[in-house]
Design a protein. Sequence first.
Length: 149
Amino acid sequence: MSTKRVYLDVCVLCRPFDDQQQARIRLETEALALILAHIRESGCNLMISPVHHAEIGAIHQPEERQHLQLLLEHLGTHTSYNLSATRQRAEALAKMGMGVADAAHIAFAEHAKAEFITVDDKLLKQCTKWVTTIWFGSPLAYCEKENLR
């Protein structure tokens, strides 16, 4: 059996830096911590793409940006992508109404055959219409599916 692959979009990775006073954000932050521990302990691969580097590089807060860059450096797995096919898929998703960065994340996750995790409700709703080849869901749904506690 091949190693499980997960793809966390940047919104999920940034959750610890969001307002933890909000219950949903706090729960998603805790779920992210469980997922990252699962990656460290199980050998599960955290797939990363050029979109991660571009979005994280654009974060204005130096502490947050550096933390996320180190996280990807230590836990992230690069893979070779067919950039032409990935770009075509991202463009097709964008034409259907998905945001450009979201479309690129989905296209890279699909190409990597990785389970896609986001905290963006609008994106998850779009995925139900246009994404059929990979599992996708929230950090809480992933933790429930994988029985992470």
